[in-house]
Design a protein. Structure first.
Lengths: 211, 337, 819
C-alpha cells in the first residue's frame, strides 16, 4: 500500500507535511513480502523424497490472483495472508479458532484461517475481505448492507463476520433472521451489538438476492 | 526452560494423498508422528508447545477418507468427512437424524466446515489442567489436579474415574454409540473393525489415551448399520453457551417402541466420564416397559447409580437423570408467546 | 426540542467503508522496514521474586537482537499526591510494563526481540529464570482471615491510601451464618441520613448476600503495539481508547517528553475500559526499538490479553434493605468486599454504594467497603464499574420485596425512581449536602419501556411453568456517569470552504470520534459532505480531549465542539462586519455564508471568510490563541495556524449538577428446570440519555452494553485454582463471552430524547448504564421464573440452576470467588 492508500483507508484526505514525513520509512503491508522476516526459518527436520513431503515455495490462489510464496511447514493461512501477502484485513482475535475474526472463504466455504495450514490450501481458492469488493470499488452486497445499517462498532470482528455471512448466503440465500444467526454463530463480537449485525446482514442478503 | 505459548514450534510436514502413503508414514514414524485431520484439536496442542511432534501427518488431502457412501445395509462415513457434510447428507437426515443433530451441536459453523467426524470422536479431553500442560497423570505425572478439594472441576467426571477425572468432550460419539456404529481402523498390518463403544477407553485401561488407536493406527471410516435407521431418536446437549461449547452433559438414544412398550433401545451419554458411556443397564431395564413417565423416572434413577460426583459437579447427577428421562419420554417444546 | 439537520439523524460514519473492506489499519496491521518481533516471558507463579535471569543462551541465538528487563524501564509513576493535609503515603511499587516481583501468574518479566517470532519464542524457552516463590492469595475472604495470606509483601488492603495488612477475627467469620457475608473491619464508609430511623420505618427488611464475578475485558483486538523511532521521536502504532490522552502516559512509561511521541491509533478494536489510557506494555516495543535501532512489533496473544488485558473487580456484598408497604425504600445498609487484583484499589465497590443511592433514592443509607488485593490480573474500570455490580446486588432484592409486598416489579421501581435533580452519593463533608444529577427522567423511561415491552400482558407468564419450562419477567433501572466538562474544541474553515474538525477522541467503535463533530457542523450549518474529520494520529494536530471512557465523550466533546463552532461563528461575524460594515451581531450564518440578517444572499462565503481570516491573522487564523485552552491544544492550534479560519475554545459552559444517564431494561426468560438451560425470549430498553446524536450508534451502544451485562448474568466466568493460584479459564470457550445465539432474538429499543438542561445540545453519554440494566433485567427475570434465592452469584449457568433446584444448594456459595 502507498501513503495514498493509507490515507484512503482513513477515508480522510491527507493533511499536513508532518504526517507524510513520519510515514516515510514505514512500508505498509503490500510491499512487505520480501522485507518482513516473519517466520522465515529453515525447517529443522528434512525428509526429502518421503511420500507426502511438501515444498516450501508454493503458489496460492488468493482473491483470484496466483501468488508465489515461501511458507514454513507450521505456518497458518492467517499468518501467510497477513505477513507474507500483505492482506491485513483478515484479523487475528484469538488465533485458536474461537472468535472467527480470521474467517476467510476456501472454495467458497468459511474457515478459520488461524487454524488451517497454508500448505493445506494449495490448489484451492482463497477469498479474503479484500477480495469481496469489485475492482471499481463497488461493495459486495453484504458489505453494502453493513454500510446502509451502520453495522458493527469497533469492527475488528467485521471482516471475519462478513466472510462468514458471505459464505453462509452462498448456500442459504434466503434465510430467516434466526437461520442467519446460526450461520454466523462461529463469530464473536465483543462490542456485542449482535442485533444490528443481523439487521445489516439481512439487508445484505436482500441486496444480494436483488442483484 | 521458560514457558511460552501461541507460537508453533517447527515440525516436518507430510501431506499424503492416499491411505497407503499415510500408513507408510505412520508406520515409519510411529510415536513421533502426529496425525492431523481438521486440525482444530491439534493446533491447540501445537500452539501451546505442549505436544511437540517431530512429524505431522496431515491427512486432509486423502480423498479416500472423505465422503459418505452406502455400505451394505447402512452407511459408511469416511473418517475425514467434515461435520458439515454429515449434517447436510440426505441419508443421514432421513435415517440417522440423531447423528445430524449431534454433529450440528458441535462447535461452530467454521469448525464443522473443517473438523472431521473422525476428529470429533478422537479428540482429546478439554480438562483445563491437562490442556494447560500441568504434569498430571494423563500427561505422564503422578497427580490429578482436578480432583482436589479446591480444584475447579464442574466439567469433570462422575463415572469411571481412575486417578484421572477428565471427560470426553465429543458430541457425535454418544450418537454413534446409540446407532451401534463400527469404527474401521487400519495400519500396515491390516484392518480391524470395532464397535463404537469399544473404541473409547477410560483411564483404567490407558490413562494417556482417549481411544484405542495405537501408534501406526488410522481411523479410516465409521460404518452405521441400518439396525436403527428411522428409529425414534433423542439427542440433547447442555452447555453454557448455545454455540462453540463443549457439553456439560449430552445424551443420545435410539429407540424402537410401539404403543404398549419399548421394544429395543440404545442409550449413551457423554461429558460424564473419560469415555462416552453407554447405559446398558438402563437399556435392559426399560426394554419391554411402556414408554411413560414412570419408566422414564426409573431410567433416570438407574442412570446415575454408581455416580461419584466431585466437589463442584454434583449437578451432573440430576442433569443425567433428567436427560435420560427426556430421552425415554421426550420433552415439551418451548412456549410460544 | 430544536430542529436539527444533523443531530439526531442517521448517517454513515466516514470510516465505515475502510472497516468493511479490510483497509482499516489496527495496530497489528502496520509494517516497517527491518521490523523485529518481540515475545514476552510471563511469570509462571502467582507471586515471586526474580533472583536471577540467565539469558546468555538466548542472546547467543542467531537472530536474537535484544532482551529487555524491568531494570531497564523508567521507574513506575510515583503514587498520587496525598489530599491536602494528609501525609505522603508509602506504596508498593506500582505496576510497570515488566517486573522483578511478579504479583500474578502471567505478569511479564522480560521481553526478547528477534528477527522473527519463531526465533523470539525459541529464545524465551532458552532463558533460565530463578524465582523465589512468595505467598499468594486469590480470594479476598481468604486474605482477610486471621493468618490469611497477603497478596503483597506490604499488605492486602488500602487504608487511608496506604497499603496495610488487614485481618478480621474468627468471630467476624463465625458471626456470619446461613451463607451470609462476614462483615469485619471496613476501612471505607459513607452514610446518608439516619439509618436506624430508616429501618424503623420499614415494614419489610431483607438481608441478602450476593457475589458478582471478576471478568476479563477481552476486547477482540488485543493490546498489540508497534514502535519505531524517527528523528528522536517515538512513533507508536497502538490500540488505545483515547488518542490524545494516551500521549502523556506513553511519554511517562517510555521516559520521554510528550512532544516526542507521535501516537497512531486510527482504529481500535474495542476497549471497554481496558485501554483507557493505552497500556503500559506499549513501552516494551518502544524501548526495544530504541535499544535495537529497528522497528519492533509486539503482537499480544489472546492468552496474554487474559493476563495483562485488565479485568473488572468482582464485588461480594451483603445488603440490608428496608421497605415500606408501598415499596418505598427507607434504608439501605450495604457492606462490600472488592477483589482489586494486585495493584491499585479500584472504585467499583464505592460505586456500588453511590449508584444504589441514585437508582433507589433510599431515605437513609450506609455503605461500607474493603478492597482486598489478590494475586490475579490487574483490574481496571470495565464498562459501568460498580454500576453493573450494584444492579446485580440490589435489583434481585427489590424484585423479591415487590413479590413479598404484592407490588408490581415496575411499580416498586417507579416508587423509588430518581427524578429531576435527584440527589445521590455521599454528602459533602463540609456542607453536609449531597450532590445531584443534572436531570433524570426514570419514571418516563419506565412507563415507555413497560409499554414497549408489553409488561402488563407479559405478567401472565410471570413465574408460570409449562412442562419443564419456566417463564419469568424482570426489570432494572441502571444509572451511570455520563459526561465531563472543560475540554477544548478545534476546527478550521478552510479556504476551499470545507469545515475541518479536529477530533482527539479515540476511534474505539462507539462512533463518538465522528458523532461529536457533527455538533460543530450543525452549529455552523455546514452540509455533512462539506466536512472532514481529522482523528487517530497526534501528528494531525488534535485538541485536548477527554479520555474515551466513563461515558464522558458525548457530553464533554459535544460541548467542546459547540464551543469551537461558536468561536468560529463569532469570527465569521466579525470578519463580515469588518469587510461589509455594521456590527458583528448584525450578521448571521447559514448555507455556508455569513450574511447580513434578513438577506441570506449577501455577505461572504465561508471560503471567502477563510481567506480573509488568513489575511487578518491574529485570532482569526490561530496565530493568537485563547489563554484558557490546554497546552496540548495550543501546540496543535499553533501547527494549524494560517490554514484557515480557526474555531478554538475551551468548554466553559455552566453545568449545574453531575451528569448521569439512566437506562431501564425489561427481559423475559425461559428456563428449563430439568436441564438448567435458559433462553432470553425478549429484551427491551429505554434510554434516558438526553438528546439523541446518532440513532444507529445509540441503539448499538445500548444493546451492546446490555449484552455485556447479559454475559455476566448467564455465562462469563473467571476461574482460579486456589491451591496453585493459577487461572484456568483463559480461553473463550472456558470464560464464556456470549455468542450471537445467546443474545435475545427479539430486541426492542427506544430513547426518550429529552434534552439535558445543563449542556448546550442536551446530549449525555450512554456507554455504561446499559450494562447493569442488561445484567439485572436478566437476573430479576430469572428469579421471577425460578423463585427467589435460587442463585446468589453470577453467572447463573445450568449447573448452578440445577444444583440449587435439585440438590438444594448452588454449585458454589456466594462466599467463594473465582470458582
Amino acid at each position: 500500500m502507498s501513503d495514498k492508500d493509507m490515507a484512503d483507508a482513513n477515508m480522510m484526505p491527507e493533511r499536513g507535511v508532518s504526517r507524510r514525513a513520519f510515514i516515510k520509512g514505514v512500508i505498509a503491508a503490500g510491499a512487505a513480502v520480501s522485507s518482513t522476516a516473519y517466520l522465515f526459518r529453515a525447517p529443522i527436520f528434512g525428509q526429502p523424497g518421503a511420500p507426502g513431503a511438501v515444498e516450501r515455495l508454493i503458489t496460492l490462489n488468493v482473491n483470484g490472483q496466483m501468488r508465489r510464496v515461501d511458507v514454513m511447514k507450521q505456518e497458518t493461512l492467517a499468518m501467510t495472508l497477513r505477513y507474507k501477502l500483505g492482506l491485513t484485513g483478515t484479523k487475528l482475535g484469538c488465533d485458536r479458532s474461537e472468535c472467527g475474526a480470521c474467517t476467510v472463504l476456501i472454495d467458497d466455504v468459511p474457515h478459520y484461517s488461524c487454524s488451517i495450514l497454508t500448505h493445506s490450501v494449495r490448489g484451492r481458492k482463497v477469498v479474503t475481505i479484500e477480495g469481496l469488493a469489485g475492482a471499481d470499488g463497488t461493495l459486495h452486497p453484504v458489505q453494502q448492507g453493513v454500510v446502509e445499517e451502520q453495522g458493527f462498532q469497533c469492527a475488528f470482528c467485521m471482516p471475519g463476520f462478513v466472510m462468514a455471512a458471505v459464505g453462509f448466503l452462498k448456500v442459504n440465500p434466503n434465510p430467516t433472521r434466526a437461520e442467519l444467526a446460526h450461520g454466523v454463530s462461529g463469530n464473536l463480537c465483543r462490542c456485542q451489538d449482535y442485533d444490528k449485525i443481523l439487521t445489516a446482514f439481512m439487508r445484505g442478503a436482500e441486496i444480494l438476492r436483488r442483484a | 526452560m521458560a514457558v511460552i505459548h501461541d507460537m508453533m514450534p517447527a515440525f516436518e510436514l507430510f501431506q499424503p494423498t492416499s491411505i497407503a502413503d499415510t500408513l507408510t508414514l505412520l508406520g515409519r514414524y510411529r510415536g513421533d508422528a502426529w496425525v492431523m485431520a481438521g486440525g482444530l484439536d491439534s493446533f491447540d496442542w501445537l500452539k501451546d508447545r505442549i505436544k511437540r511432534p517431530r512429524y505431522v501427518v496431515d491427512i486432509g488431502g486423502v480423498a479416500e477418507l472423505k465422503g459418505i457412501r452406502a455400505s451394505g445395509a447402512g452407511l459408511e462415513i469416511g473418517a475425514g468427512t467434515t461435520l458439515t457434510e454429515v449434517v447436510r447428507h440426505p441419508v443421514v437426515k432421513e435415517k440417522f437424524g440423531i447423528l445430524l443433530e449431534a454433529a450440528e451441536a458441535a462447535a461452530s459453523p467454521q469448525i464443522r466446515n473443517q473438523g472431521t467426524i473422525g476428529g470429533n470422536v478422537s479428540q482429546d479431553t478439554r480438562c483445563w489442567y491437562y490442556r494447560a500442560g500441568w504434569s498430571c497423570y494423563r500427561a505422564g505425572g503422578n497427580i490429578c489436579y482436578a480432583d482436589t478439594p479446591t480444584a475447579i472441576n464442574r466439567e469433570h467426571a462422575i463415572f469411571d474415574a481412575d486417578r484421572c477425572v477428565a471427560v470426553s468432550p465429543s458430541d457425535t460419539a454418544p450418537a454413534l454409540i446409540a446407532l451401534d456404529a463400527k469404527m474401521v481402523i487400519r495400519n500396515l498390518e491390516g484392518e480391524r473393525v470395532v464397535d463404537a463403544e469399544n473404541y473409547f477407553i477410560g483411564p483404567g485401561i490407558d490413562i494417556t489415551r482417549m481411544n484405542i488407536l495405537q501408534p501406526g493406527d488410522l481411523l479410516t471410516a465409521i460404518r452405521i448399520p441400518d439396525t436403527w435407521a428411522g428409529a425414534q431418536f433423542y439427542f440433547e446437549k447442555i452447555a453454557d453457551r448455545k454455540v462453540w461449547d463443549f457439553p456439560l452433559v449430552n445424551v443420545a438414544s435410539a429407540m424402537v417402541a410401539n404403543q404398549s412398550a419399548i421394544q429395543r433401545i440404545r442409550l449413551a451419554l457423554n461429558g460424564v466420564a473419560a469415555h462416552p458411556k453407554r447405559l446398558v443397564e438402563v437399556e435392559a431395564a426399560v426394554t419391554g416397559k411402556p414408554r411413560n413417565e414412570q419408566t422414564a423416572e426409573m431410567a433416570g434413577r438407574l442412570a446415575i447409580a454408581g455416580a461419584q460426583p466431585l466437589q463442584h459437579n454434583g449437578y451432573k447427577l440430576p442433569l443425567v437423570k433428567n436427560l435420560v428421562k427426556r430421552a425415554i419420554r421426550g420433552v415439551e417444546g418451548s412456549w410460544t408467546s | 426540542m430544536a430542529e436539527y439537520k444533523l443531530i439526531g439523524k442517521n448517517y454513515t460514519t466516514p470510516d465505515l467503508v475502510a472497516k468493511v473492506t479490510g483497509k482499516a489499519k489496527y495496530a497489528e496491521d502496520y509494517r516497517a522496514e527491518g521490523m523485529l518481533f518481540c515475545k514476552l516471558l510471563l511469570s509462571p507463579m502467582p507471586h515471586a521474586r526474580v533472583r536471577n535471569i540467565d539469558a546468555r543462551e538466548a542472546l547467543a541465538m542467531p537472530g536474537v537482537k535484544a532482551i529487555l528487563t524491568a531494570d531497564e524501564l523508567p521507574p513506575p509513576p510515583p503514587p498520587p499526591a496525598p489530599p491536602p493535609g494528609q501525609p505522603a503515603v508509602t506504596q508498593p511499587p506500582n505496576e510497570n510494563a515488566l517486573t522483578n516481583e511478579p504479583v500474578y501468574q502471567g505478569e511479564p518479566i522480560l521481553a526478547v526481540a528477534a528477527v522473527d517470532e519463531t526465533t523470539a519464542a525459541d529464545a524465551i524457552e532458552r532463558i533460565v529464570l530463578d524465582l523465589e516463590p512468595l505467598p499468594f492469595a486469590v480470594d479476598p475472604l481468604d486474605s482477610l482471615r486471621p493468618n490469611g495470606p497477603n497478596a503483597r509483601l506490604e499488605g492486602n488492603t488500602y487504608i487511608n491510601r496506604e497499603l496495610k495488612s488487614l485481618k478480621w477475627t474468627e468471630k467476624d467469620f463465625s458471626d456470619a451464618t446461613d451463607g451470609r457475608l462476614p462483615m469485619g473491619e471496613a476501612p471505607d464508609t459513607f452514610s446518608i441520613g439516619d439509618l436506624e430511623a430508616g429501618f424503623k420505618q420499614a415494614d419489610l427488611v431483607l438481608d441478602e448476600t450476593f457475589l458478582t464475578q471478576s471478568t476479563t475485558h477481552h476486547p477482540l483486538e488485543t493490546r498489540t503495539a508497534m514502535a519505531t523511532w524517527q528523528n528522536g521521536k517515538l512513533h507508536l502504532y497502538c490500540s488505545t481508547q483515547s488518542t490524545v490522552q494516551t500521549v502523556g502516559n506513553v511519554a511517562r512509561w517510555v521516559g520521554i517528553k510528550p512532544e516526542d511521541v507521535v501516537l497512531i491509533s486510527e482504529f481500535t478494536g474495542g476497549g471497554f475500559g481496558s485501554k483507557i489510557p493505552g497500556s503500559q506494555t506499549m513501552a516494551i516495543p518502544a524501548l526495544l526499538s530504541k535499544k535495537t535501532g529497528q522497528p519492533v512489533m509486539m503482537r499480544i496473544s489472546r492468552e496474554e490479553e487474559h493476563y495483562i488485558g485488565r479485568a473488572r473487580a468482582g464485588v461480594q456484598a451483603r445488603a440490608r434493605v428496608g421497605f415500606r408497604k408501598d415499596g418505598r425504600i427507607t434504608a439501605i445498609d450495604v457492606f462490600t468486599i472488592q477483589d482489586s487484583g494486585p495493584y491499585g484499589a479500584q472504585g467499583d465497590y464505592r460505586n456500588v454504594g453511590i449508584m444504589a443511592s441514585l437508582a433507589f433514592q433510599p431515605m437513609a443509607m450506609r455503605w461500607r467497603g474493603v478492597t482486598v488485593l489478590t494475586n490475579t490480573p490487574p483490574r481496571a474500570p470495565q464498562r459501568a464499574p460498580g454500576g453493573q455490580q450494584m444492579n446485580g446486588i440490589f435489583d434481585p432484592i427489590v424484585s423479591k420485596a415487590a413479590r413479598k409486598l404484592g407490588i408490581d416489579q415496575v411499580e416498586i421501581r417507579r416508587v423509588n425512581a430518581p427524578s429531576g435533580k435527584a440527589t445521590f452519593g455521599p454528602p459533602d463533608p463540609k456542607t453536609g449536602k449531597q450532590g445531584y444529577v443534572t436531570s433524570a427522567f426514570v419514571r418516563e423511561a419506565l412507563d415507555k419501556g413497560a409499554e414497549l415491552f408489553g409488561w402488563e400482558a407479559k405478567k401472565q407468564y410471570s413465574g408460570k411453568r409449562r412442562g419443564s419450562k419456566a417463564r419469568g419477567i424482570g426489570v432494572s433501572v441502571s444509572p451511570f456517569n455520563a459526561g465531563s466538562t472543560g475540554f477544548d474544541g478545534l476546527l478550521i474553515i478552510r479556504p476551499d470552504g470545507m469545515l475541518q474538525v479536529q477530533s482527539g477522541v479515540g476511534n474505539l467503535g462507539t462512533h463518538s470520534v465522528i458523532d461529536v463533530t457533527r455538533v460543530a457542523a450543525e452549529m455552523l450549518d455546514m452540509p455533512w459532505d462539506r466536512c472532514e474529520v481529522q482523528f487517530g494520529n497526534t501528528s494531525k494536530h488534535l485538541p485536548w480531549t477527554c479520555v474515551s471512557a466513563g461515558s464522558q465523550t458525548t457530553h464533554a466533546m459535544t460541548r467542546a465542539n459547540y464551543a469551537a463552532a461558536m468561536d468560529a461563528k463569532k469570527k465569521l461575524q466579525e470578519i463580515a462586519a469588518k469587510d461589509l460594515g455594521g456590527r458583528a451581531e448584525d450578521y448571521d450564518i447559514g448555507n455556508q455564508r455569513v450574511f447580513r440578517k434578513g438577506s441570506p444572499g449577501s455577505g461572504l462565503t465561508f471560503a471567502q471568510a477563510a481567506r480573509r481570516a488568513i489575511q487578518l491573522g491574529g485570532v482569526y487564523d490561530g496565530h493568537e490563541l485563547p489563554k484558557d485552552i490546554n497546552a496540548f491544544t495550543t501546540r496543535s492550534a499553533t501547527a494549524l495556524a494560517g490554514t484557515g479560519l480557526m474555531g478554538v475554545a475551551r468548554d466553559n459552559y455552566p453545568h449545574d449538577g453531575n451528569t448521569l444517564s439512566h437506562v431501564v431494561a425489561f427481559a423475559e426468560v425461559e428456563v428449563d428446570v430439568e436441564t438448567g438451560a435458559l433462553r432470553i425470549v425478549e429484551y427491551a430498553t429505554v434510554a434516558d440519555v438526553g438528546t439523541v446524536l446518532h440513532p444507529h450508534s445509540l441503539s448499538g451502544q445500548v444493546f451492546g452494553g446490555s449484552m455485556l451485562g447479559i454475559g455476566h448474568a448467564i455465562s462469563q466466568r473467571w476461574l482460579y485454582d486456589r491451591q496453585y493460584g493459577m487461572p484456568l479459564a483463559k480461553r473463550f470457550h472456558y470464560n464464556g463471552p456470549p455468542t450471537i445465539l445467546d443474545a435475545p432474538a427479539n430486541v426492542k429499543f427506544a430513547a426518550l430524547n429529552i434534552a439535558d438542561p445543563e449542556t448546550p445540545v442536551g446530549a449525555r453519554g450512554v456507554g455504561e448504564s446499559p450494562v447493569g440494566a442488561g445484567y439485572a433485567a436478566i437476573l430479576t427475570a430469572l428469579a421471577d421464573a425460578l423463585g427467589d434465592d435460587v442463585f446468589r452469584r453470577t453467572p447463573v449457568t445450568p449447573d448452578l440452576i440445577l444444583a440449587s433446584l435439585e440438590l438444594g444448594h448452588g454449585s458454589h456459595d456466594a462466599l467463594t470467588t473465582n470458582v
